[in-house]
Design a protein around this ligand. Structure first.
Ligand code: GTP
Ligand code: SF4
Ligand code: MG
Length: 429
């Protein structure tokens, strides 16, 4: 069977399944918005409901919620045909069902999806009501079907679904993830603050800085690169304020002071957390800093084995700032590259570099490893922003992470536009 060409460059992700399994609820949970009408009356969704959004780090996607098509007689051929058309233009299919629910309908749907040779992810929804029997899970594993236990009602499993979507995405999408170009539109300007101090590498700039510049160029945006000392002058000379200032987190506090409050600001390492890791989870984890007491153990991990700049941040600056913040002595352990303790039980917190040299899967597996041991893992830039009192500002460009932080901290969570402050036409190229 020939696949219909996707109508645009967005990755199309379709939600399919019987009526009432929670497809529309899942769309709302993934987008954190009320996009599709939910009700306990089977057959609520009659026509496909589309929601374009930024799904980091994949970039622009189009989620499509479809009508449940189990009861052919009651629904009519037209509705079934519409759902079929969505299958035909999907890049990834999400087959939604519930614990204990799998029959001829799911097998037929799966066969139809397989005909288009697109990856499929099975969601066992309503996990808050009941867990699947072992046999159902074993059958999915035997058939090599990616699956996730999820509750659209309480949100458990939604992050795992995002991860599976990332893994299932066609290679081209995964190879050119969005770093910054969703935040700075075509024709707009970003200011990048790159301090050149004793530790700066001679005659070159860091890979992460080069990657950010390249991503801006890909998005037809421009950038000004400036040292911290020149920032104030550059900003005051600009006729139009920049769409974003991105700084090396070592000079975060100073840059926050001289950048007008209405200009969005973040750090290279926070962009990296979004790209390589899980910004919302790493942001929630940074709250562990507030629970640190004198004598606690903290693990500081760096991906590069030789890197004087990060070494200075990891070995000198972060320890100094953290001890000042906590008001006591912390026991720091430093690890590099793939060295990582098997047993994390003595650590209250893991602080990781931006991992710009690693691929996302490697960083995510480290995050999952720490989470599996119940130890929060955060990121250099997030810790520095917190101890310098500018975390909320640094998260301004990432409303979903900011909401996750506020929710974890127990303050009013403002429900944001998902992941991205704005979607610009930069994505259309
Ligand atoms: N407890 C629980 N209820 C859920 C969950 N997800 C959906 N529901 C409920 O299941 C019912 C159906 O949800 P919908 O999202 O409308 O289901 P749908 O698959 O879109 O249904 P159709 O549009 O009719 O095909 C609603 O009453 C939801 O509140 C869940 O994870 N847990
Ligand atoms: S991988 Fe980590 S240590 Fe290496 S340059 Fe990137 S942020 Fe720095
Ligand atoms: Mg529905």
């Amino acid at each position: 069977m020939q696949r219909a060409t996707s109508k645009a460059f967005r990755l199309h992700i379709g939600f399919f399944g019987r009526r009432n399994v929670g497809k529309s609820s899942l769309l709302n949970a993934v987008t954190r918005q009320s996009v599709s009408i939910v009700s306990d009356v089977p057959g609520t969704t009659t026509d496909p409901v589309e929601k374009p959004m930024e799904l980091h780090p994949l970039g622009p996607v189009l989620f499509v919620d479809t009508a449940g098509i189990d009861d052919i007689g009651a629904l009519g051929a037209q509705r079934i045909e519409k759902t079929r058309q969505v299958i035909a233009r999907s890049d990834i299919a999400v087959l939604v069902t519930e614990a204990g629910v799998w029959g001829a309908f799911e097998n037929t749907l799966l066969a139809e999806i397989s005909g288009y040779k697109i990856p499929v992810i099975v969601v066992l929804n309503k996990a808050d009501l009941r867990k699947p029997m072992d046999e159902q899970l074993e059958a999915l594993t035997r058939r090599k079907l990616s699956h996730v236990l999820l509750s659209a009602t309480n949100g458990n499993g939604v992050e795992a679904l995002r991860e599976l979507l990332w893994q299932a995405a066609p290679k081209e999408a995964a190879e050119s993830p969005v770093i910054i170009r969703d935040l700075v539109g075509p024709g707009e300007t970003a200011v990048l603050v790159v301090p050149i101090d004793r530790e700066a590498p001679k005659g070159r700039i860091l890979q992460v800085q080069a990657q950010v510049m390249r991503d801006l160029l890909d998005g037809m945006a421009s950038c000004m690169v400036v040292q911290d000392a020149g920032l104030e002058r550059v900003l005051s000379n600009m006729k139009t304020p920049p769409s974003l200032v991105v700084t090396d987190s070592q000079v975060f506090e100073y840059v926050a002071r001289v950048t007008p409050i209405d200009v969005p600001l973040t750090a290279f390492s926070i962009l990296m957390s979004r790209l390589k890791g899980d910004l919302a989870a790493q942001t929630r984890a940074v709250l562990a800093v507030d629970t640190l007491r004198s004598g606690d153990h903290v693990l500081i991990a760096e991906t590069c084995t030789h890197h004087p700049i990060e070494e200075d941040i990891g070995r000198v600056k972060i320890p100094r700032w953290l001890e000042q913040y906590v008001g006591g002595k912390i026991n720091f352990t430093h690890v590099k590259g793939r060295d990582f303790p098997e047993d994390l039980s003595q650590y209250k917190l893991v602080i990781h570099c931006g991992a710009c040299m690693w691929n996302r899967q490697e960083m995510m597996s480290r995050i999952r490893f720490c989470e599996g041991q119940g130890v929060p893992i955060t990121n250099y830039g997030l810790v520095i922003a917190l101890v310098q009192g500018i975390l909320e500002r640094a998260l301004g460009p990432f409303p979903a992470a900011l909401a996750a932080y506020r929710e974890a901290r127990g303050t009013d969570a403002v429900v944001p536009e998902i992941e991205s402050l704005k979607t610009t036409s930069a994505m259309v190229h």
